[in-house]
Design a protein around this ligand. Structure first.
Ligand SMILES: NC(=O)c1ccc[n+]([C@@H]2O[C@H](COP(=O)([O-])OP(=O)(O)OC[C@H]3O[C@@H](n4cnc5c(N)ncnc54)[C@H](OP(=O)(O)O)[C@@H]3O)[C@@H](O)[C@H]2O)c1
Length: 311
């Protein structure tokens, strides 16, 4: 496993991380433990969850249980700010009162005294970003969180937050988590360049396009029963299948797997810190970690860009 700092921060993360949004919904406690064991064995350190995952709290609760006694083996990233059903008395989700309540509940579920990376799940249109930064800065000073990140921010929101942190002397956001994969490259227009400019590391979500970049979905074979994509047929579009088929052809010619292309070529994009791929089995995590070992040359990356842009 390779390790990198998260943007310009001192937080070191594995180049392949583990997305934890299957825990507490599709995976029970035993299967969650199996996936986390395999991740740690493969050298994965970055575990990405959210308070809302697992039907509000289930993913954090399972992680707290399976990490008991080995909390220091992982870099724990979670999020606040999606609908936890706290109601209006909790306040706006970027506001000081809400942030303090959310972190207390996440720490309790995760059975830890600190969160390594605490991310605002989605922008809060009502709270001034200065208030959110001030609240996060208090949590850093108290040792409850180590770093703060955001998710689903646009380029201008990222820039505004970076300038505001400087103006008020607050802790800067160190990461941006946005939708990004070889099949969905919209983040490269504004968010990724802005993140690089302001020193944030990007954590791409849906990096495997929900499984389309794993090799399990081909035009000839269709979607496997029981897979996530079987429940999300709208994802399997003709346009995405075209790209998958072109990538698979390139992979075969270069003696690579589609999974290596999906993970290795994304990890190699400037600005990408860690590919936080989700998984439903130990075998998948092990394969994902191994795929991150492939480091394409500039020429190979240019060829991949070319075939994705074609058509
Ligand atoms: N910030 C946000 O708003 C946001 C939104 C979405 C996700 N996220 C985060 O990003 C993480 C990654 O996204 P994601 O997990 O939703 O999607 P993803 O990584 O694109 O796809 C993960 C799915 O692909 C399949 N898969 C993974 N590895 C495989 C392998 N080696 N072989 C075959 N199939 C494989 C598994 O589903 P099956 O086995 O069922 O096929 C797995 O659940 C999440 O876990 C979450 O932490 C954040």
């Amino acid at each position: 496993m390779r390790y990198r700092t998260l943007g310009a921060s001192g937080l070191l993360v594995s180049v392949v991380g583990l997305g934890c949004n299957n825990f507490g919904t599709r995976l029970d406690l035993d299967r969650t433990r199996g996936v986390v064991d395999a991740a740690i064995d493969a050298g994965i350190t970055l575990l990405d969850t959210a308070d809302v995952y697992g039907d509000r709290g289930g993913s954090e609760t399972f992680l707290g249980q399976v990490l008991e006694g080995r909390r220091d083996k992982v870099v724990l990233a979670t999020k606040w700010g999606a609908d936890m059903g706290y109601g209006p008395a909790a306040g706006a989700r970027g506001g000081r009162a809400y942030v303090r309540r959310a972190v207390a509940e996440s720490l309790r579920r995760l059975r830890t005294d600190h969160i390594d990376l605490y991310q605002l799940h989605t922008p809060d249109p009502t709270t001034p970003i200065a208030e959110t930064i001030a609240a996060a800065s208090e949590l850093v000073a108290e040792g409850k969180i180590r770093y703060v990140g955001h998710s689903n921010f646009s380029g201008w929101q990222l820039a505004e937050a970076a300038h505001t942190a400087r103006e008020i002397g607050g802790v800067p956001f160190v990461s941006a988590q946005n939708h990004w994969s070889l099949l969905e490259r919209g983040a490269e227009q504004e968010v990724v360049p802005a993140a690089r400019h302001y020193g944030l590391g990007v954590l791409p979500y849906f990096p495997l396009a929900n499984g389309m970049l794993t090799g399990k979905v081909r035009r000839a074979t269709g979607v496997p029963d029981g897979s996530r994509l079987a429940a999300r047929p709208q994802w399997v579009t003709e346009q995405r299948l075209d790209k998958v088929e072109r990538l698979a052809e390139w992979a075969e010619k270069h003696d690579r797997t589609l999974l290596e292309i999906g993970i290795g070529a994304l990890a190699a994009q400037p600005g990408c810190s860690s590919v936080i791929a989700g998984a439903t089995s130990p075998t998948q995590v092990t394969a994902n970690a191994a795929a991150g070992e492939w480091t394409p040359t500039d020429e190979e990356l240019a060829e991949i860009d070319g075939i994705l842009a074609a058509g």
